[in-house]
Design a protein around this ligand. Structure first.
Ligand code: MBD
Ligand code: FE
Length: 263
């Protein structure tokens, strides 16, 4: 018996029961809901659905008030084990990789601005068609995924391409929900990064691009103003580049263990 499980599962069910009464739900609608939930599972879309429609609220709650750079959702497309890149720190790309070449540069520092040499940046992104390697058979494995280690001054450089906006697969149950509800299925173009350094809080975040589409209607609600960058022609001309400093929070005292609440 867990009072935490009682609170969470009981509270969620109470909300559902209230919505049923408020919307005067019919048996026909209940049947459609059941089938849709089954379809999400059969299509393997629970990770997608939960990360798109639930994770943002979890992230905002979990990290409210945390010092340092803003984080945002992890999403369903991270893969463990991306290779550590060496100079010139180019995310693996196909010979004919489409998309504008860009350079991301910056530093990893602690809350007082001290550089964190050896910090690891694990980056992944969609290609110029909005597809992720490892999840779409049209891309070879490992494309546009890699780790970069910050140098002695906490600096890093990552050469990559500008990703395209991402759309939830429109034929699957999650896409059908968007269509039925009249919601946009799009996410703005973004690069994912997990920044880690000894003795500091892991930062899971994404960077978005100034003037890109869907910054104001991200289906996953994961855009934050602080995470929008503006690539410009500068030190890496003719390629556009942008600089972003990641500030990591000092590791906090261990929190009460609620991980086993559902077990
Ligand atoms: C993505 O690319 C993504 O980052 C998230 C959070 C959800 C769906 C697709
Ligand atoms: Fe993504």
């Amino acid at each position: 018996m867990s009072t935490r499980t009682d609170e969470l599962a009981g509270g969620l069910l109470r909300h559902i029961h209230e919505q049923i009464a408020a919307s005067d739900l019919t048996y026909e609608e209940f049947g459609a809901l059941k089938q849709w939930l089954i379809d999400v599972g059969e299509a393997g879309e629970w990770p997608l659905f939960l990360d798109v429609f639930v994770e943002s609220a979890v992230e905002q709650n979990a990290f409210k008030g945390r010092e340092g750079s803003k984080g945002t959702i992890l999403g369903p497309y991270h893969l463990e084990g991306a290779p550590v890149l060496s100079a010139p720190f180019e995310l693996p790309r196909r010979e004919d990789e489409q998309g504008e070449r860009i350079v991301m540069t910056g530093r990893v520092v602690d809350a007082s601005g001290t550089p964190l040499p050896g910090a690891v940046l694990d980056a992944w992104q969609a290609d110029a068609e909005g597809l992720y390697s490892g999840f779409d058979a049209r891309l070879p494995e490992g494309i546009l995924r890699g780790k970069v280690i910050a140098d002695d001054e906490g600096r890093f450089e990552i050469r990559t391409i500008l990703p395209a906006p991402y759309t939830i697969p429109t034929e699957g149950p999650t896409g059908r929900l968007c269509k039925a509800a009249g919601w946009s299925p799009w996410r703005p173009a973004h690069i994912h990064v997990i920044v880690t350094a000894e003795g500091h809080e892991e930062l899971v975040t994404q960077l978005f691009f100034d003037q890109g589409e869907h910054l104001d209607d991200d289906v996953a609600g994961a855009v934050k103003d602080e995470l929008v960058v503006k690539p410009e022609v500068g030190p890496y001309a003719p390629e556009r580049s942008f600089s972003y400093d990641f500030t990591l929070a000092t590791v906090h005292a261990s929190t009460p263990d609620t991980a086993g609440a559902v077990a």
